[in-house]
Design a protein around this ligand. Structure first.
Ligand SMILES: Cc1cc2nc3c(=O)[nH]c(=O)nc-3n(C[C@H](O)[C@H](O)[C@H](O)COP(=O)(O)OP(=O)(O)OC[C@H]3O[C@@H](n4cnc5c(N)ncnc54)[C@H](O)[C@@H]3O)c2cc1C
Length: 405
């Protein structure tokens, strides 16, 4: 009977369960892109993923991000970028997160959540000024919506004010839980410019440069997971922002905020798939190697059925995600479908990472395996980019909108 099985003994090549010969729902080009991203991650991310997590090493994570060849993915080809759509973003999201969820978060905040609204609403000057640095990795972006008073009710609870004075707006208030907040050069941020009307009618988006006097990082949060991805509490005291940095029109920030929301949620869902896949791959190999009661523990249905459940969730959720991403790329409105996808995969990923720890037992609970990291990482899927409860609430509202009462 073999003794403890070290993680290295599994001789695991991450991604083995997700090879092009089985991925018939992707085109050859899409599968080629997946394998290219995976190879990049194997060399540039895999050797450092544990270190980023253990040391909460945001500097290392940002350094790796800046070398990434996909930072200009969203930027249209005519503006010098790769101009890839949502489907390609989900492939990148799955592969990157299979190696480091922290890095995927940093990428998403900068290259998608910051860049996306500028690509859609920015003036040609704003695009020239703020996109090239994001695309070539010399600058980092972030999106700042959430405030201490506005989490799930981000718009109704928004209090950060921007008051016009000549050619400037003066910003006062706080933003919290901002991914990349402490390392960002630019923020795409939302403010209240008219407090005499309901927030959604008095909200304006700005591009904010973080070297503006009065900007302060209060702290980085020490979260249970996604360690190494900076997530910050920010304060703005009499910060002067040029009026030309307004995105879209005054008091029409809601349009900016809602634009691309479903694509972003689908991208976050792809990250949960990547995390679940890695947990599954470790548990599957381990269950075959580990022997107890004279046979491999895979022979006990309590374990193999858990692994079958993992397969069911990952396989079916990925296929649903691909279909949804393609429909979004075609321009369809899919708000409730995307909410369903996000909540389903987030919940499944928490379950899968938890079961993977269970299958590996004591070693799974230790830092000798990456499973405890995956388990800690998974929980955020049910909280950020809209909580699982808010996804369900949104579905209840959309059902009434679609079919009445
Ligand atoms: C790691 C991380 C990264 C993040 N990144 C960013 C970022 O880059 N930019 C940004 O702007 N924000 C970011 N956020 C903020 C994130 O979007 C919010 O945390 C999230 O929207 C929930 O808000 P809250 O934490 O204030 O919880 P609350 O809104 O206070 O909710 C607390 C609980 O109540 C439940 N709840 C609230 N309202 C309802 C309701 N109507 N029905 C049922 N249940 C309800 C929630 O589901 C939750 O379980 C991030 C958060 C984290 C933790």
């Amino acid at each position: 009977m073999s003794g403890h099985i070290n993680f290295e003994d599994l001789e695991l090549k991450f991604g083995y369960s997700c090879m092009p010969d089985r991925l018939h729902y992707y085109s050859k080009e899409e599968n080629d892109f997946r394998m290219e991203v995976r190879r990049w991650c194997e060399t540039h991310v895999a050797p450092y993923a544990e270190q980023i997590d253990r040391n909460r090493d945001k500097n290392l994570a940002v350094k790796i991000l800046k070398e990434m060849p996909y930072l200009d993915m969203l930027i249209p080809e005519e503006a010098g970028g790769q101009g890839k759509g949502i489907l390609y973003r989900t492939i990148l999201g799955e592969e990157l997160t299979a190696f480091s969820y922290a890095l995927a978060g940093i990428f998403g905040a900068s290259s998608c959540l910051f860049a996306g609204p500028i690509i859609e609403f920015g003036t040609s000057e704003q695009k020239k000024e703020y996109l090239s640095g994001i695309g070539d990795g010399t600058k980092i972006g972030a999106i700042a919506i959430t405030e201490p008073t506005g989490g799930s009710d981000a718009i109704g609870g928004m209090r950060l004010k921007a008051v016009r004075e000549g050619d400037y707006y003066i910003l006062n208030g706080e933003k919290c839980f901002i991914t990349n907040g402490s390392v960002a050069d630019y923020l795409c941020m939302y403010t209240i410019t008219n407090d005499q009307v309901k927030q959604h009618k008095g909200m304006t988006a700005f591009i904010f440069e973080t070297d503006t006097p009065g900007f302060e990082v209060i702290k980085d949060f020490k979260h249970m997971g996604r360690r190494g991805m900076p997530n910050s509490h920010l304060r703005f005291t009499n910060c002067k922002v040029p009026a030309k940095n307004m995105l879209h029109r005054e008091n029409e920030g809601l349009e900016v905020l809602l634009f691309g929301l479903d694509g972003e949620r689908t991208f976050t869902a792809s990250q949960y798939v990547g995390l679940a896949r890695s947990a599954f791959e470790v548990a599957y190999r381990y269950a075959h190697k580990r022997e107890q009661f004279g046979k491999s523990i895979y022979n006990f249905e309590a374990n193999s059925f858990k692994i079958a459940e993992m397969y069911m969730d990952i396989e079916i959720n990925r296929i649903a995600m691909v279909q949804i991403a393609r429909m979004l790329d075609e321009g369809h409105y899919l708000r409730p479908t995307v909410a369903a996808l996000k909540a389903r995969i987030a919940d499944a990923t928490v379950r899968i990472t938890q079961d993977a720890v269970q299958i590996v037992g004591g070693l799974g609970y230790s830092e000798e395996y990456p499973l405890e990291r995956y388990y800690r990482d998974a929980k955020i899927g049910q909280i950020s980019a809209g909580t699982s409860e808010i996804m369900r609430y949104l579905i209840t509202r959309e059902m009434i909108r679609m079919w009445g009462k």
